[in-house]
Design a protein around this ligand. Structure first.
Ligand code: AMP
Ligand code: MG
Length: 478
């Protein structure tokens, strides 16, 4: 499909007027393409040659609109660090329409009704982080929003200093957040709340359409999807960093990439967000915070649903999370049977990784080739008594496996990534981009797309994080 043939729809605009506000994107000055996601364009049915045209830059810059586009910003509220903020909304993201269930958004395309004191812009560094990490999560088979392209500009944007503005063209099967429900519930606008619930069911849980008990099944489904998503984050070592309820997707997707981090050395208490003084959004707290957020959603849905039934569903969250997490960890460990003591076994390992300050990703990748020879893990500096002791219990546990060692290795190498985009790697790409050099972005894009492959050319990114960059914190300012 050519860009001129694109025909977008706007299903969200069928919701009551209070849910959205029309907005005209404000294009950046001097826009140019930094990167385009050709494989994703193909998935969407857009010719990849089109991505390298001037028209496409105009499209991402919001200065050319495909047929049917009717730009708007979405309204939502949210609990930020536990405090309710009654009015948030798309302050810098402009929705430009929908194609085959994918909703297009321009992030950084200027002010909207919901910008508050913000400038509606996104800076280059945070745009690179969102663009690459959403594709990396997709490559890791973790539910996420996606990104089709990123443009840079000559447009100056002030944060702590002058920076350059950028726009990410991001797409999602849903942009509805827990906070979208909170907005209408707290205002007691129950007609809108009901309409939104019907919309979210149709958009993300269509199997529930028309069922009498669809609202309660909807809540149940959100609880289950959230538990599964967080289990995947914990298993892969992803710390989101800003799990405010406005950054929680009703469809169970990873959404709104900010000061996130992949763990370098394993640290249960890792805090990646500089503003998170008390570790509310620390790595180890993510499963509990997700439950807290689900409780906020439950409260928002209470005008529509019996609170006791919802309480009962929510009380099942921990078991859902635990089951999903154990499934993930068994796969990471190459265990093809489930046993009673598995959580203790996993916690034992995590305790050892924490104590010995072992790189989380490197450890599991090395373990994916483990053949009973303890010394093989020496390269990671793991030849210590606590690891030795854990390996002995692993040896015993592997004896119960049904698959052969070769089969286990094959599966583990497809489960444990060789590459994750650690913050120091992203920072290298950002530093280069800020000097006008964009090839690193494509390099990281290649490993993000297929993190389980060897990529001999990019071996430099498969090693330890340089000491000074380990488990550092990032600022929210973006
Ligand atoms: P975030 O931290 O990106 O999830 O944003 C939290 C809220 O602040 C959302 O409502 C955003 O739309 C809004 N926001 C963040 N940065 C800006 C900005 N530069 N201009 C306007 N609104 C913003
Ligand atoms: Mg957000």
């Amino acid at each position: 499909m050519k860009l001129n043939e694109l025909k977008l729809t706007n299903p969200y605009l069928s919701l009551p007027q209070e849910c959205h506000d029309p907005v005209t994107p404000t294009p950046l000055k001097g826009p140019f393409l930094i990167h385009a996601n050709e494989p994703f364009a193909e998935e969407l049915g857009i010719d990849k040659e089109e991505l390298h045209t001037g028209r496409f830059v105009e499209f991402v810059n919001g200065s050319w609109h495909p047929e049917g586009s009717n730009p708007f910003a979405m309204c939502y509220a949210g609990h930020q660090f536990g405090h309710y903020v009654p009015q948030l909304g798309d302050g810098r993201a402009v929705n430009i329409g929908t194609l085959n269930g994918w909703h297009f958004q321009l992030k950084g395309a200027g002010v909207t009704k919901y910008s508050r004191s913000g400038d509606g812009r996104a800076v280059l560094r945070s745009s690179i982080r969102e663009y690459l990490m959403s594709e990396a999560m997709h490559g890791l088979h973790i539910e996420t929003t996606r990104a089709l392209a990123m443009i840079g500009s000559n447009h100056s944007v002030y944060r702590q200093e002058w920076e350059k503005g950028a726009i990410v063209l991001r797409l999602s099967p849903s942009w509805v957040r827990f906070g979208t429900f909170e907005y209408f519930a707290h205002k007691k606008h129950f007609d809108e709340l009901k309409a939104l619930t019907e919309y979210a069911i149709a958009e993300s849980y269509p199997h529930l359409i028309g069922q009498n008990d669809r609202y309660i099944r909807f809540f149940e489904a959100v609880v289950a999807c959230t538990a599964k998503l967080i289990a995947k984050w914990q298993a892969v070592g992803f710390n989101h960093g800003v799990m405010n309820t406005d950054n929680m997707s009703i469809a169970g997707l990873t959404i709104d990439y900010g000061p996130y981090a992949f763990l370098d050395v394993y640290d249960h208490n890792n805090i990646c967000n500089h503003s998170d003084a008390y570790g509310r959004y620390s790595f180890g707290n993510q499963p509990d915070v997700a439950e807290w957020n689900l409780r906020a959603l439950m409260t928002a849905l209470s005008p529509l649903l019996d609170i006791h039934t919802m309480e009962e569903i929510l009380s099942g969250y921990r078991t859902l999370y635990r089951t999903a997490y154990l499934d993930e960890m068994r796969q990471k460990l190459g265990l093809d049977t489930a046993e009673k003591g598995d959580m203790v076994f996993v916690k034992h390992l995590l305790g050892v990784l924490q104590a010995l300050q072992v790189d989380y990703t490197l450890f599991f990748r090395a373990l994916s080739r483990y053949d009973g020879e303890h010394k093989a893990l020496l390269s990671l500096g793991l030849y210590h008594a606590p690891m030795q002791e854990w390996l002995e219990s692993y040896d015993r546990r592997l004896e119960h496996n049904k698959s052969s060692t070769t089969e286990r290795h094959e599966k583990m190498l497809q489960t444990n990534p060789k590459y994750v985009l650690k913050n120091y790697m992203l920072q290298e790409a950002i530093d280069a981009a800020e000097k006008g050099e964009y090839t690193r972005i494509d390099d990281l894009f290649q490993i993000a797309r297929n993190p389980f492959a060897e990529h001999p050319k990019f071996e430099c990114w498969a090693g330890h994080t340089p000491e000074e960059h380990r488990n550092t914190k990032l600022s929210c300012s973006s």
